[in-house]
Design a protein around this ligand. Structure first.
Ligand SMILES: [Zn+2]
Length: 92
C-alpha cells in the first residue's frame, strides 16, 4: 500500500509540482522533454537548512528542533546549497 501511495504522490507532483531549477518555476507538466533535461542540469533554486541537513543525516523530526535549541543553531539557517545529481555526474 505504501508503494501505491508513493506512486500517487509522484504522479501528483508531476502534474501539479513546480520546477525548482533556478530561473524556471514552471509547472513540471508544462516542460518538454528537452526543457526538463535542461532544468535537471540547472542548479536548484533551493538550499539545505540546518533542519533539513539534520533530517537528511537521520535525526528524528521530533528531536531536530530540540537539538537546534540546545546547540544554539537556527533550524532555518541555510547550511549548503543543493546541487542537482546530474551536476555531480558531469564533474566526475
Ligand atoms: Zn524547469
Amino acid at each position: 500500500m505504501i508503494l501505491i501511495r508513493d506512486r500517487l504522490r509522484a504522479i501528483r507532483w508531476h502534474l501539479t509540482g513546480r520546477c525548482v531549477a533556478r530561473g524556471c518555476g514552471r509547472l513540471m507538466v508544462l516542460h518538454t522533454r528537452r526543457q526538463r533535461e535542461r532544468c535537471y542540469d540547472t542548479p536548484l533554486d533551493v538550499a539545505l537548512t540546518a533542519r533539513g541537513w539534520l533530517l537528511a543525516h537521520g535525526l528524528d523530526a521530533e528531536v531536530v528542533d530540540a537539538w537546534c535549541q540546545a546547540n544554539g543553531v537556527d533550524p532555518d539557517a541555510i547550511v549548503e546549497p543543493v546541487v542537482p545529481v546530474s551536476m555531480h555526474a558531469h564533474s566526475a
